[in-house]
Design a protein around this ligand. Structure first.
Ligand SMILES: *Cc1c(COP(=O)(O)O)cnc(C)c1O
Length: 227
């Protein structure tokens, strides 16, 4: 079976009372798997690759909410700007400026999360606490220039580690930043979403204040990148 229906129902039942949103991460998986979960009621899907999300968006129902959760290159923003629901991985002012520009061209406002670097791995992307502070200040003080984006929250990926206390402290760190910046509100900035937690660590992420989890392999099975 391509989609684990029992796991899906279990996760939905666990998240609903906590008010946590499930983003089903469907990267590398065929459109038929997305359709199967859609038929069970799922609407939020997460994708990492521009070409792939464009192809899927073209063939799947129009009310799917497409979350872009991968590392986004500025020169590819234009391809997803017409339809993307939420961009999770904003990690520079340059990228945010391009999203703002492409959103304007499409006559819309695009919701964004700022990605915070919390993991120990150098390879993971994201803003540090100082950069986050600077970018939020900029968006709020220069509102007229940033009218086509809305900062809705923060996103983080914990270290890929067996050390639970390390992972927990990383989630706690980003939650602290989230709380710290929540008083900053403007028409284009209101932090209400905290996107953290994947198949292996989502329960801990929720305990540490996550409001949106991104789950792939528990729902769709292992990913085979060879296919
Ligand atoms: C692939 C991916 C996920 C889902 O990972 P699983 O371990 O399969 O749940 C979540 N977030 C991001 C950013 C990803 O790239």
């Amino acid at each position: 079976m391509a989609v684990n229906e029992a796991a899906y129902k279990g996760i939905v039942d666990a998240l609903a009372p906590a008010g946590v949103t499930l983003v089903a991460v469907s990267k590398i998986k065929p459109a038929a798997d997305i359709q199967a979960l859609y038929d069970l009621g799922q609407r939020d899907f997460g994708e990492n690759y521009v070409q792939e999300v464009m192809e899927k968006q073209a063939v799947l129902p129009a009310d799917v909410r497409w979350h872009f959760i991968g590392h986004l290159q500025s020169n590819k923003v234009k391809y997803i700007a017409p339809f993307v629901h939420l961009i999770h991985g904003i990690d520079s002012e340059k990228l945010l400026a391009e999203v703002n520009k492409q959103a304007k061209k499409n006559n819309r406002v695009i919701d964004c999360l700022l990605q915070v670097h919390i993991a120990r791995e150098e390879t993971k992307f994201g803003l540090d606490a100082t950069e986050l502070d600077a970018l939020l200040q900029k968006v709020v003080t220069e509102q007229a220039q940033w009218a086509n984006i809305r900062i809705c929250g923060l996103m983080g990926m914990a270290s890929f580690s067996e050390d639970n206390e390390q992972v927990r402290s990383e989630f706690a760190f980003i939650h602290g930043l989230f709380k710290q910046h929540q008083p900053v509100t403007a028409p284009n900035c209101m932090l209400s979403t905290l996107s953290m937690g994947m198949s292996g660590d989502y329960k801990m992420a929720i305990e540490e204040g996550s409001t949106m989890v991104r789950i792939g392999s528990l729902l769709f099975g292992r990913r085979d990148y060879q296919q």
